[in-house]
Design a protein around this ligand. Structure first.
Ligand SMILES: [Zn+2]
Length: 238
């Protein structure tokens, strides 16, 4: 198998990154918006296999794999520029070669809300010495025209992912439950080394002066939390 040389990759990157339709280099689309955009392209290009989309964390690269997979970084790649770049890879087989460029330019011209003109694209590519195939031929082959409407124009403001809910430990939860319910006794003697035994009981049901505390011991904070929740349920149904 002969490997195709990716002869103008860097030139394509430099060119697109200098253009207003590619910037900003931020994620301004939600996962649903990305999915619907790609579903629409699949329909337009009558793809037999639906394109699989992978949303990935971290700062690495985004890329297309084969002709059915697109991998996008949630941090920076959820925007029309990157999606159309990757989709042009799905439709072509020459890396960043002439076919790829003509597919990419047609996609930008038809589907990008900013609709850069073919003239504008050609001129700027010329400055960056990016070569391409005939645009019209590609357009005819895929039966595309200006009847195909561009994607919805959206604010190009980064969507910040909500931080994950902080996990509350069983010990913290016990503390919170104790503060909420003054009848609830939860006590852990920090002086006892080794095993974690925690006393948990309902003060209204126990004669605190005459108890054998080991009767109310829970082993570990998880068990203590479960016992406390059980007591709360019972207390509230009284
Ligand atoms: Zn690429």
């Amino acid at each position: 198998m002969t490997r195709i040389r990716d002869f103008q990759r860097k030139r394509v990157y430099d060119w697109e990154r200098s253009q207003s339709w590619f910037k900003p280099f931020v994620s301004y689309l939600t996962q649903e918006q990305v999915r619907s955009v790609i579903e629409r392209l699949d329909k337009v290009f009558k793809r037999k296999t639906k394109t699989k989309i992978f949303f990935k964390g971290g700062y690495g690269g985004s890329y297309a794999r084969g002709s059915t997979e697109i991998h996008l970084r949630k941090k920076w790649a959820m925007n029309y520029g990157v999606i159309l770049h990757e989709y042009a890879h799905i439709l072509t087989k020459d890396l960043h070669g002439r076919q790829f460029v003509s597919a990419y330019c047609n996609l930008l011209n038809i589907f990008h809300p900013k609709q850069p003109s073919i003239d504008e694209l050609c001129q700027t590519m010329y400055q960056f010495r990016v070569s391409h195939d005939c645009f019209d031929e590609w357009r005819r082959k895929h039966k595309l025209s200006r009847r195909n409407k561009p994607f919805e124009s959206v604010p190009e403001i980064a969507i910040v992912e909500k931080p994950k809910k902080k996990r509350i430990s069983a010990k913290q939860r016990c503390q919170m439950l104790k503060e909420e319910h003054d009848w609830l006794h939860i006590y852990h003697d920090d002086w006892i080394e080794g095993d974690t035994y925690i006393e948990v009981y309902d003060k209204t049901l126990v004669d605190e002066d005459n108890i054998e505390c080991s009767d109310y011991w829970c082993y570990g904070w998880k068990e203590a939390k479960e016992e406390a929740l059980k007591l709360i349920e019972e207390h509230e149904s009284q």
